[in-house]
Write a protein that binds this ligand. Structure first.
Ligand SMILES: Nc1nc2c(ncn2[C@@H]2O[C@H](COP(=O)(O)OP(=O)(O)O)[C@@H](O)[C@H]2O)c(=O)[nH]1
Ligand SMILES: [Mg+2]
Length: 264
């Protein structure tokens, strides 16, 4: 297990051992209805504006919500900025721990979430339109997990064509290797926390493929899932080049296949 580092014990409240958690203690008595979990890694360039913009977009919805910034491994000013945001805005919390690991950050963020409903977002997306549509669906009781798909009919993918094709190829591999029945596992999601908590805890592989493991385990566990099309407009290109990611993603995919097919 990675070393978890508590970054700000003076403000810390944490239910997970070793996870530095910065946020307003004032909200501890009343849980927000919605938790928005956002993994962040080396995002100093857009973190502040993305959070400020997201708060503005959420204002008209009049939600009771928290934003959990789940950082690990950043080498730039991300941690300091996240702490600043959490001190300035009572609904913003930040956690920080160890090595870069997208899946681990997501998992820790979700496990710390207190909302009845949880949204998984990305700092370069912060798509409040998806948030609103997904929460509306969860509120009707029609599904317990809503997935924003960039590959479903009606979706718009503004990313470069190569990345769109890579996403299609990745989903194709998930179909072949793991019997995935949807169109997309990465990106935006919203779910009823009580219905998906066991699924989150069951995920073993972390890193890049956490989102896939989560969605596939949910499907295999009979969770009522609905995909909706989204428009993907990134605020910046990803920090890690597509071709550099391929070997790690393939390695993780093999681990995931073993985890699901063999270990169950
Ligand atoms: N905590 C954490 N977040 C990460 C890591 N890698 C990427 N992220 C975050 O995950 C989200 C998506 O990353 P991005 O680079 O846009 O990749 P994309 O999903 O392929 O477009 C962003 O909010 C990133 O800051 C990581 O190692 N740790
Ligand atoms: Mg991105």
């Amino acid at each position: 297990m990675d070393t978890l580092e508590a970054r700000s014990p003076s403000h810390g409240v944490s239910s997970l051992p070793g996870v530095g958690y910065v946020g307003s203690l004032a909200m501890a008595s009343t849980d927000p209805r919605i938790s928005i979990v956002i993994p962040i890694y080396n995002e100093e360039a857009i973190l502040h504006s993305a959070v400020v913009d997201l708060r503005e977009r959420l204002k008209p919805l009049r939600w009771s919500y928290e934003i959990i910034l789940a950082e690990n491994g950043s080498k730039d000013g991300t941690v300091a900025l996240a702490q600043e945001l959490s001190q300035k805005y009572p609904e913003v919390k930040s956690i920080s721990m160890g090595e870069p690991n997208y899946g681990k950050a997501m998992k820790q963020g979700i496990l710390l979430a207190r909302g009845e409903l949880v949204i998984c977002d990305e700092i370069d997306l912060c798509d409040a339109d998806f948030h609103r549509r997904a929460i509306d669906i969860l509120d009707t009781g029609e599904a317990d997990l809503v997935i924003g798909s960039k590959l479903l009919a009606g979706a718009e993918d503004d990313r470069p064509m190569l990345r769109h094709v890579a996403s299609q190829a990745y989903s194709g591999l998930l179909k072949v290797m793991l019997g995935f029945r949807g169109t997309d596992t990465h990106g935006l999601k919203a779910f009823r926390r009580s219905a998906l908590l066991d699924t989150v805890r069951a995920c073993l592989v972390e890193k890049d493929v956490f989102a896939s493991e989560f969605v596939i385990r949910a499907d295999r566990g009979g969770i009522r899932t609905k995909e909706i099309p989204v428009r993907v407009m990134e605020k910046r290109p990803p920090s890690i080049n597509l071709f550099k990611r391929v070997p790690n993603v393939l390695k993780s995919l093999i681990k995931l296949t073993i985890a699901i097919r063999i270990r169950g």
